[in-house]
Write a protein that binds this ligand. Structure first.
Ligand code: PHE
Length: 507
């Protein structure tokens, strides 16, 4: 059997004026599904083989009840007839005679028209069959004879019949089809591409090509994507730069214990310096040099104290200070930057710095802990800063990254006093989670560097992974970091981030 597409083209081949006035009856008489014909017309008119105009036709259809009235008469007439045959009937008897539904509707209509009345438990007729007219049946029959055209019904009748649920109006959408500007009795598949074969054989000269479709949506470009973690990093970086922070050079993962611990007034016996917590480097195991005078002042602060402190009073060992390690925090970089700031030509000037980079800890790995993660570190060095400045700065930053409910809890760090752990409310988990640590760097750390006495440094360190996991609703860190990361997630993570009502591009 012919396809509907071919049948349409064949039909139109009889003459240039050939027309299918309405595809609906045409489909029926050619035994095609109308939807299929519509599909063929859309495709053919796309290539201008045919021209199609919309046709909309409305007509009535009979409901089941409407159909039975046309053939058997209305319920009211059936009830009246039954009563005239019997003389009188109880409702139960009427129901067995004409059926429950007919009895119910017919009785109501007969009472309204005063055709019947109640006589005790019985119903008795007030009219003979031939004294009444079955108007409803007549209207429906007339409608049928008029091929169910909507204009065959008066508005009032249409309303009444619809109310009695005897008819419903149906609107059919179809097409009027004529030949199009590119009509041909057979469809030629047009070439989409010029091929080497066409060039070789010369067939390109006669080949029919598809015209370019400039409206078509382009294919997805499979370019580079930023990993979700790096996306959040670039967002945080933008925010911190907006807040006037400049980035520290954190491209060195190996540090000496001196910068990672000693400069931060962390005693050499501190448990964090154990091989269980820190990855020490075997080769080269020792750093080459540290600033000599500064080293002496740090050693003195540890051993004897100063700036109002009594120090730790132990023997500071050079071999401990020179041990190389994978930095356990980016605060190792902060201390080098602060040392530089104190000793730059022209002396100290207020500054604010941040970094977002990797740190390493010899930890047991589980769903939320890996041996390496990223720290978002920031600090402000200026005269006479207070704890209020620290709270305000952290709050501003965290609000900007979308964490608005904050709590601070007193904590201890060897290098800050006071120190505060930062907690943020997780709206999904409905609980407070620790997101970072903060404090004001101690004089024992700052004085040996040579910073002026009234300079205070407020600082914080957050993990990058925590807020990223919250943002992307990830509950296992291995889905975010490492070789098990799903590439699809990287592609679907949105490029545009909504923040404070602004759209910002993350690159
Ligand atoms: N270095 C701290 C940590 O690794 C974070 C921190 C940075 C705390 C700066 C106070 C000040 O958790």
């Amino acid at each position: 059997s012919q396809s509907s597409e071919a049948a349409l083209l064949t039909f139109l081949s009889s003459s240039p004026e050939a027309v299918i006035p309405d595809t609906y009856p045409w489909s029926e008489s050619n035994k095609f599904d109308h939807a299929t014909v519509v599909g063929a017309i859309k495709s053919l008119s796309g290539d201008q083989y045919v021209t199609a105009e919309n046709v909309e036709k409305s007509f009535y259809t009979l409901t089941k009840e409407g159909e039975s009235i046309v053939s058997d008469g209305s319920q009211e007439v059936l009830v009246l007839k039954a009563l005239n045959v019997a003389g009188k009937l109880s409702i139960a008897d009427l129901q067995t005679k004409v059926g429950k539904n007919v009895a119910k509707i017919g009785m109501g209509n007969c009472m309204k028209a005063k055709w019947v009345k109640k006589d005790g438990p019985d119903l008795v007729p007030l009219k003979k069959d031939d004294e009444v007219e079955d108007t409803v049946q007549k209207i429906l029959q007339t409608l049928k004879e008029a091929d169910f055209r909507p204009d065959a019904l008066s508005d009032k009748n249409a309303k009444d019949l619809k109310k009695r649920k005897l008819v419903s109006l149906v609107t059919l959408k179809s097409f009027k089809v004529t030949r199009g500007p590119q009509y041909a009795s057979e469809r030629v598949k047009k070439a989409a591409d010029l091929t080497k074969e066409m060039l070789d054989s010369g067939s390109w000269e006669t080949e029919q090509f598809k015209p370019y479709n400039f409206q078509v949506l382009g294919e997805k470009v499979g370019g580079g994507y930023l990993h979700p973690l790096l996306k959040v990093r670039s967002e945080f970086r933008n925010i911190l730069m907006e807040m006037g922070f400049s980035e520290m050079p954190t491209n060195k993962w190996v540090e000496s214990s001196f910068w990672n611990f000693d400069s931060l007034f962390q005693p050499q016996s501190h448990p964090a310096r154990d091989a269980h917590d820190t990855f020490f480097i075997k080769n080269p195991a020792e750093t080459v040099s540290v600033p000599e005078e500064y080293y002496e002042r740090v050693k003195e602060m540890h051993e004897k104290g100063g700036a109002g402190s009594i120090g730790y009073r132990y023997n500071f060992k050079k071999e401990e200070a020179f041990k190389n390690l994978l930095r356990t925090h980016t605060t190792a970089v902060s201390s080098q930057m602060l040392y530089k700031l104190a000793n730059q030509p022209g002396g100290f000037k207020p500054a604010r710095h941040f970094s977002i980079d990797r740190v390493f800890r010899n930890e047991t790995m589980d769903a939320t802990h890996l041996c390496e993660f990223h720290q978002v570190e920031g600090w402000v060095a200026d005269y006479d800063l207070s704890l209020g400045d620290l709270l305000g700065t952290i709050e501003t930053f965290l609000n900007k990254i979308g964490i608005t409910q904050l709590r601070f809890k007193p904590a201890f760090n060897p290098y800050t006093e006071p120190s505060m752990e930062i907690f943020g409310y997780h709206p999904d988990l409905k609980k407070w989670t620790e997101i970072g640590n903060s404090g004001m760097f101690r004089p024992e750390m700052l004085r040996p560097m040579g910073l002026p006495e009234d300079v205070r440094v407020i600082a914080w360190g957050l993990s990058l992974e925590r807020p990223t996991m919250i943002k992307y609703r990830i509950d296992n860190i291995r889905d975010l970091f490492g070789h098990k990361v799903e590439m699809a997630r990287t592609r679907t993570a949105p490029l545009l981030e909504q923040r404070n009502g602004d759209i910002t591009t993350s690159t």
